[in-house]
Design a protein around this ligand. Structure first.
Ligand code: NAI
Length: 461
């Protein structure tokens, strides 16, 4: 048995960041992790491995689409799927080992095993019970699944199985046109799979600015993805080496059937809190399975929760920010997360990124706004590298010019969005951004041009 100032259960981006900050602030800190490697879903079976496959499949696509145009001739590469998966695993290993290094450097103890909370102030790992002044639940989330659909991680897979398919399938049906479905769907489409995405709603990526979502869908269709929208999947039947997906268009009574080799179920995620013993402790929960918190504190003294296990967007960086803020609070400082400036990124090619309000949200809230839009077609750098699809859309308050939101579809969108995040944190106006010198030729000039378009007009449009 050992005693700690803080024990964090879960080593994903929420948990490990919280631990490092706690240790940096002088708290004796331990992290409980049962997986063989640190980093949680994000590093092991989520963000990081999927980005490796997105990079590899994008490179493959580039060779075939654009190399000849630049005078790069010669035999185009073929796919060695085993090697591609090995590259992906190397990337994962490098990152998870990196967290282990950071734990050692910051003197964070790794308690190996699955943790539970037998009583307030106690964490049980294996047969040992440890004491902690503060306990943080950072156990993340798991795929929420779909009634009538049994996941076997071979033919019917979640994002986890989709990262390790034994072969690149000729056909794939993706259920759900959310972030996971589109990122992994586009990986396989680029590797030659015929991908059909079935989505319950009438548009892809729910919650995204409608104009961006529409343009995104068009671009993905050009890349070969097929969409069936307004369709509820009712069941999946597996047979010899494949599956039949039954769905019903919401406007029709007849059920339709799609035959496929692999089905990716990407219909959302739910908090993962099983096995912690929080029911017996009397921890208050919300109807959708999240732990109820007030500034990360649960109703049990000394017990906190962050990340996907509580409310808010299920994003690694939101969990990280909560982890850092909570560490500050536990060290007697003032931790804070600004939930109105949390960027979202979809790592397809082109990338899609957003921060702040969508046009639809502003309309609904009755806020008078102006729109500044700039197409990447007017951006020299984007044209040079054959990535001139998409645009930047800046939304600013009609009266004050304060930036209210920004939506980008185009090259490097996931990086470009951050200058807008910083601007919003400082309460900047579109003019502040427009008057800031941007290097030429860069993609970020498109962000400045969108800001200029909120005022007297963009230059290159
Ligand atoms: P999601 O919530 O983004 O999308 C799920 C989609 O499935 C929705 O559009 C929904 O309408 C549809 N759907 C639900 N039931 C259906 C049915 N029966 N038939 C047809 N369509 C149906 O969920 P997703 O993509 O699984 O992602 C889970 C979480 O992980 C999200 O919160 C996401 O933000 C996060 N994530 C974020 C990433 C990023 O930031 N790049 C990457 C991967 C995941």
């Amino acid at each position: 048995m050992a005693s700690f100032d803080v024990i964090i259960i879960g080593s994903g981006p929420g948990g490990y960041v919280c631990a490092i900050r706690c240790a940096q602030l002088g708290l004796k800190t331990a992290v409980v992790e049962g997986r063989e490697t640190l980093g949680g879903t994000c590093l092991n079976i989520g963000c990081i491995p999927s980005k490796a496959l997105l990079h590899a499949s994008h490179s493959y696509h580039e060779v075939h689409e654009n190399f000849e145009k630049m005078g790069l001739m010669g035999g185009a590469p073929t796919i060695d799927w085993g090697k591609m998966k090995a590259y992906k695993q190397d990337v994962v290993n490098g990152n998870t080992r990196g967290i282990e290094f950071l734990f050692k450097k910051n003197k964070v103890t790794w308690l190996k095993g699955w943790g539970s909370i037998p009583a307030a102030g106690q964490v049980k790992v294996g047969d040992e019970v440890h004491e902690a002044k503060n306990i943080v639940i950072a156990t993340g989330s798991e795929p929420s699944g779909l009634p009538g659909v049994t996941v076997d991680e071979t033919v019917v897979v979640t994002s986890t199985g989709a990262l390790t398919l034994p072969a690149i399938p000729p056909r794939m049906v993706v259920i759900g046109a959310g972030v996971i479905g589109l990122e992994l769907g586009s990986v396989y489409a680029r590797l030659g799979t015929a991908v059909t995405v079935v989505e319950y709603l009438d548009a892809i990526t729910p919650g995204m600015d409608a104009e961006v979502a529409k343009s995104f869908q068009k671009i993905l269709m050009k890349q070969g993805l097929t969409f069936i929208l307004g369709a509820a999947v009712q069941g999946v039947e597996t047979g010899a080496g494949g599956a039949k997906v039954t769905y019903k268009l919401r406007k029709s009574e007849t059920a339709e059937v799609l035959e496929t080799d692999v089905v990716l179920v990407a219909t959302g995620r739910k908090p993962y809190t099983a096995g912690l013993g929080i029911e017996a402790l009397g921890v208050e929960m919300l109807p959708r399975g999240q732990i109820k918190t007030d500034h990360f504190a649960t109703n049990i003294k000394g017990l906190y929760a962050i990340g996907d296990a509580i409310t808010g967007p299920m994003l690694a960086h939101k969990a990280e920010d909560e982890g850092m803020a909570l560490a500050e609070v536990l060290a007697g400082k003032h931790g804070h997360v600004n939930y109105s400036v949390i960027p979202g990124v979809i790592y397809t090619a082109p990338e899609v990124a957003n921060v702040g309000a969508t046009e639809e949200q502003l309309k609904e809230a009755g806020i008078a706004y102006k729109v500044g839009k700039f197409p990447f077609m007017g951006n020299a750098r984007a044209k040079t590298v054959f990535q001139a699809e998409g645009f930047v859309k800046m939304l600013a308050d009609k009266e004050t010019d304060r930036i209210l939101g920004c939506h980008i579809i185009g090259p490097g969108a996931g990086d470009l969005i951050h200058e807008v995040c910083v601007a919003m944190e400082f309460g900047a106006s579109a003019q502040d951004l427009a008057l800031t010198c941007h290097a030429h030729p860069t993609y970020s000039e498109a962000v400045r041009e969108a800001a200029l378009a909120c005022g007297d007009g963009a230059i290159h449009a």
